[in-house]
Design a protein around this ligand. Structure first.
Ligand code: 5GP
Ligand code: ZN
Length: 114
């Protein structure tokens, strides 16, 4: 999508600190980290949010979790623990309308609401 900030990051039009990339998935450090480790994992396909998943997207979602597993190990937080968050829509606090998974860790995470 032309005016999507994460699509621009995928295309390299906006720089990012990448931690993983393949033909379908990109992971990069959040510009405004909420924890010592705060990485965004996104599909390269522009999926606006969780409510706009299409048939066939199951595979990419599963793969994203596998990449989160890999990154957590590389970052050394697999044993200490971490949190994965997907904000969806207005009430969910989603600000960027390109599906993304927040991987947070590296400290005892607070503000647990569930
Ligand atoms: P949301 O609130 O939509 O779940 O999360 C969007 C996240 O994207 C925020 O944590 C914000 O800091 C991050 N973000 C927004 N713009 C950029 C950017 O240009 N580069 C990077 N690396 N992160 C961004
Ligand atoms: Zn996009």
């Amino acid at each position: 999508m032309e005016d999507c900030v994460f699509c621009k990051i995928i295309k390299g039009e906006i720089p990012s600190d990448k931690v993983y990339e393949d033909e379908e998935i990109l992971a990069f450090k959040d510009i405004n980290p909420a924890a010592p480790i705060h990485i965004l994992v996104i599909p390269k396909k522009h999926i606006p949010s969780l409510v706009e998943l299409e048939q066939g997207d199951e595979e990419i979602i599963g793969k994203i979790y596998r990449i989160i597993n890999k990154i957590a190990k590389e970052q050394g937080i697999d044993n200490k623990g971490f949190r994965v968050i997907v904000n969806c829509g207005k009430d969910g606090g989603q600000e960027v309308n390109h599906l993304h998974f927040h991987l947070l860790g590296g400290k005892q995470l607070g503000e647990k609401i569930v």
